[in-house]
Each structure stands twice: as structure tokens, then as C-alpha cells.
Ligand binder design. Sequence first.
Ligand SMILES: [Zn+2]
Length: 774
Amino acid sequence: MDIKLDPSRDDLPLMANTSHILVKHYVLDLDVDFESQIIEGTIVLFFESGNRFKKWSSSTEVACRSESNEACRFRMPEPYQIPVTSTKTFSSKIGYDDFVICGKGGKDTSGKDGNHGNQEQASGISSSKHCCDAGNHGSEEFLLVLDCCDLSVLKVEEVDVAAAPGIEKFTRSPELRNQIVHDLVALPADRWREQLDCYARCSQAPGCGELLFDTDPWSLQIRKTGAQTATDFPHAIRIRYRTKPQGRSVTWTSDQSGRPCVYTVGSPINNRALFPCQEPPVAMSTWQATVRAAASFVVLMSGENSAKPTQLREGYSSWYYYVTMPMPASTFTIAVGSWTEVKPEICSPNDLAIERSSSPSEADFRYVGFCGHMEYPCRFQNASATTQKIIPHRVFAPVCLKSACQETLLPLIPPCLSAAYCVLGTHPFSRLDILIVPANFSSLGMASPHIVFLSQSTLTGMSQLCGTRLCHEIAHAWFGLAIGARDWTEEWLSEGFATHLEDVFWAKAQQQLAPHEAQEQQELRACLRWHRLQDEVQNSPEEMQVLRPNKEKTGHVSDSGSSVIRHGLNPEKVFMQVHYLKGYFLLRFLAKRLGEDTYFSFLRKFVHTFHGQLILSQDFLQMLLENIPEEKRPELSVGNIFRDWLESSGIPQPLQRERQARAECGLAQQVSAEVAKWVRVNRRPRKRKRKDREEVFEKVRHRWCELIVKHKYTKAYRDVERFLQEDQAMGIYLYGELMLSEDPRQQHLARRCFELSKEQMDRSSAEVVAEMLF
Ligand SMILES: [Zn+2]
């Protein structure tokens, strides 16, 4: 192992040796059992071997900095040198592009939402040394390393793909197992159905020999006696395993109607406690999954098909999903619960009208058919997909929130999807499920391929919170998923973009909004974010405030492909918004400097160029600066932007100057006046009518609670209590304020609320709150 972990550090290790061998496809076959809170089954991994990533990862950056924009934009596949097995060489057809997608599902912590912490040391790890063969396995054997945590691995075996029925028709060498996998992986994009079908059949083929394996806190290591290189190692393996109830990738809980459910939490450790996988961003794969649960449950997943259940015997049903666009295993999401599909009360003819009327302008879509990513059935190459303003969508929620969804969420989806399309063009994903997640979900939203989680907190009050959050998650389809960060430390590439775009989408989605009103809304939100950013830089460690801490080493990995995510396990990090806020202000600054029209037309071009690929900060900045006339960018250079915005702690100098120069905007002044009025009202001893208070509570619940705490308005403490129970995602900060007040009554209130809700709280949130309270 070439990564030495220092347990005193908070970095998250990515262990998989992706430079040697890459997973191209996963086939999952799982049973979900709510009684034992275990997911159990098999995963079959199909590999491609190669050592190209080592060379690529250290040279691209230089190439990108020095070569022309064209070279960067249309990177041609490098010849792919596969180590030669026996006497066979591979056809040149396999020259897949190295520039693979990676996106980490956007995990959103903006707003007053807590997020995923991971203070727990690796615990409950299967450290037993399973070996199914006592034979000699010297160090010269090739070792497959998978990211794996909190899983019980029961058996690992080679799959005899040669025994799968019907594989002869596409492979040249039905007798050579690795060659079969190689041919299968290399099928062209237009044969994706056949490919998925073959993967499914191969995954069910019998085993042909158990493999040696071992686990440690962060990985699963597999070897085959006598297989000395990645090329000799079996290219299709099956792992039988089960999850653990306390595993940190999924949360077992109850929904708001009191029924059991389980969902992936997008915690810092991603999916490695759900299935063994390759975590590093360069490892991209497709997947298909069959999941069985009792028939009363709905299974939702990152899949491009809108799955319907197949009834099995004895009250069970099975759900099948797949994707054909390669994505990192970390973006896979699953949720199983007794949710109901929420449909509009009457089908609105409007939606259809909107869809039909969409005729994109020529200029926006001149790139159709020209993609820089590895081959897959891409929507940007599909004429009907490129004109689809509103993609098909479904909404799922617990029964008790059905009408709230009908009133608040459903009417917002078409305008928000349509606004996103108007700004960025083609939706990268063909459909979308939206799930209202349980109360213990620790943030306001999370985006994954084909599925968005929204907190119930977004359903209360006016459409503003729901609309902006929905726009933020929709923006992640482009930034975070279709275009991913090559180094997850550069989180701003996902969160900064989504935060900036949420305002832009939302302004377009509110149909009757005059341009000056949109402008004022955006200014107001900028003011609020500015205050939050100032707070955060004053109250957080300096090293955590840097957006590109790895500087020129960004994206570097070890020889094997393993790496670490700086501060990835730091519990504080998940509550910090500096990547959202500084990233947002940088993009806002650039958009203003260039002019909105120039900036957004550039952004569409950027999306066309880089969708399906991984990027580093310089890929974006370089292309931006090269696409705008020189007179529009005095003093702007990649180097200056790195220095001022991405590689320094604290408030970026250009932002400081801009904020100091400006007077507060009209709306912000109104808000200040409003706050001052509330302060006066709260000081008055007169009795407020309960009805008034209820109304205010519904509208500005969180702000209201903050004011209650700040002004020690004891009569409304019950509201704070209710808020902390129902809106756990936003409650974390309120706990902090209650404790900071050093008022015994408030502290008592905080402790009592925590006692009431800690059992169902998200674990990392509970740990953070417990630390504040005791
Ligand atoms: Zn494409």
C-alpha cells in the first residue's frame, strides 16, 4: 500500500488502485431487509486493465496550461496501450478517451443546514482475515484494492463469463474469459441494450474459483494465486456481502408518516459502506441493479429508466434500474421506503404546451453531435433530447406530505427545469425523481444522477425556499454530475456553480418577475451570503477556507491511483459553506465583469465541451479567458484568479473592494428595516395574538426562531421547540445559538429538544450537537 494513513489527520483515503485496473460496470443484486436493517446480496464487477492513468494524471495539467484552448477542448484519445496477455493484442478500436466523467453528487449545505459528519473512527469493520485458500500468495501477486468500509464480505469469486448463455454472438474469443469481458466493455454506444443484457447474463454465470481476500478499515483487497499482473487478474468477479446497520453510507430510519425507510446519506465516505467500489474520481462506470424488498416498499435509485415493481412471490417485489452514462460510483443513490407517488390533482395541459413550444435557437446548439468524452449514448448527440425543455419527472413523499408537495413542489418543477434548459441547454439526464426525505436528513437537498433528495423543510412557507433549492439541485445535473471535479478537494466547481446558477434559474422560473425585481432579489441574496461568508471566515480555521489547497498538485494521485481528500473527514467541514460562497462570488464577479450575456453564452459552450468529463479549476478559467476579448478582461489571468480567489484564505481582495464600494441595495435596506421593526416589536410587552404568530412562524420559521433566541422571547420558545423537531436540517445552527446565549433557560431548552430528537437524528449531526450541548 503506498498510502500511509496518519490517524491524527482528517483526510479521507481513496484506496482503490485505479491506475492498474478499472471497474467499467457494476451489476448489483440486493435484498433489503428492514427487520435486520441489512442489505445483502452480490455485486459483480467488470474490469478493464491498464496503467494509462498514472501517465495521464501528471501530464494533463501541464498540457492544459501550455497548449492552446483547442487542444484542451478537444482532447483526442491517447492510444491505449494494454499490457499484452499471451500473444494477443487488442484492436485499436479500444482507444477510449481518458477524459472520463467524474462528479460527486452535490451535497448541499447552503442555507442553515447541517450536513454529513464523520467523526467516528472506522468501527465495526470486518477485520477478520477470510481466506478461502491457504496457498502461498507472495507479494509478487497482483492485489486488487477496492474502497470498502463497514461491510461484511462473505465470499469473492471469479465469474465464468464463458459459461453465460448467448455471449458467443459478440465476442471473438468465447473461450478466454478476460477477452470476453474486454469485448463486452468495448461494445459501441449504440449497442447499449445488448451490452446491458450481456452484463446481466454474465453476472449470473457460475463461479469458477474463489479468490483470496482480506479487509482493513478502509479497503477490501483481493488476489488470485498465480495472477501477477492486472491483466492476469480475473476481469469479472462476484462479491457476496452484507451491509451493517451502523454502516455510514445508508441511514435506516422512519419517514414522517412513521414507516421504516432507508436511504444513502451521501456521507463523506460515499457508498463504500453500501458496496465495495472504486472511489477515486477517475474511476467511472455504468451500473445496473435489481433490488428486492417487501411489496409495500418503493425502491428509488440512480437509473435512467422509471422503474416499476415486478411482483415476486410471498409479498415481495423487485425493482430494476440501469444507467448507460459512465459516472463515479460515489454518485449512485438508493432510497427504499413506503412512499407514495405525488401527482397533480388535475393534469395540467400547460406542461405539454411548454414542452411543445420549445424551439432552441440555432446558435445554442451548433455543437450537437460533437462530444469530447468517452463513448456513451449521450443526450447532447440526440436531436430530440437537445430540444426537451422539461424532462419527465416523478415526485415521491410520505403520505402525510402529499398535499404539501402538491401545493408547493409540483407546480415549481416544470418552470425550474425549463429555466435551467434556457440558461444551459440540453439536460444531461433523461428523467428525474424527486424524493422528500425523512426529517433526519442532514441537509436541504442532495443531487444524484436521476434523483434529487429534498428536505421537508423546503415545503414550508412560500415557494422561495423550495424553488431556489430545487434550482440548486437541478444545476448539479450539469455542475457536479455531468461535469465533475477531478480532485474532490475543488468542491467549489460543483457548489459554487450550483449556488450561482440557482439565482439565475430561479429568476427565470418566476414567470411574472420584472427584470429589476429579479435583480433586487439577487442583490439581496448576495448581501445575505456576504454576511455569512464574513462570519465564516472569522470563525473557521484558515486552512479550511482555501478552495484550491493542493495548488499545482491538484488532481495528483499516487502510482497506484490512490489519493486522499484533504479534510474529507473533518466534521467541521461539512458545516462550512466557504466553497459555496467564495465560488459563488467568484462566478458572480466574472459574470459581471464579462457581462451576463457573454458569460452565459460562454457557459453553454463550456458545458458542450466538458460534459461527460472531469475538470480542474484551470480547465474552466483557461477556457473562459481565451473565449473573451482581451479588452473585457484587463488584469484577469488564471494566475491572478488562483492567487486572489482560490488559493488564499479569508475574503478575496477583489470581493472586499467590491462590497466596500457599494451601498446596500434597496431590498436589503428594506430587510434591515424589517429586522429593526421586529426587534422593537419583540421588546414591547403587549400580547401578540396567537394567530399572527402562527402565520409568521409558517412564513419565516427559521428567521423567526433566530429572533426568538436572540431576544429571549420566552413566550415563543414552543416554536423553537417545534422547529428543532421538524426541521432538523436547519436546526443545528439554532442549537449553537441557544448554547452561545449562555442563558440557562435557553440551554435547558436546547438540551430538552435534543433529548427528544437525538434518536432519529442523523448521526453526524447528533454528534456535532452533542458536542455543543455537553
Ligand atoms: Zn456528449
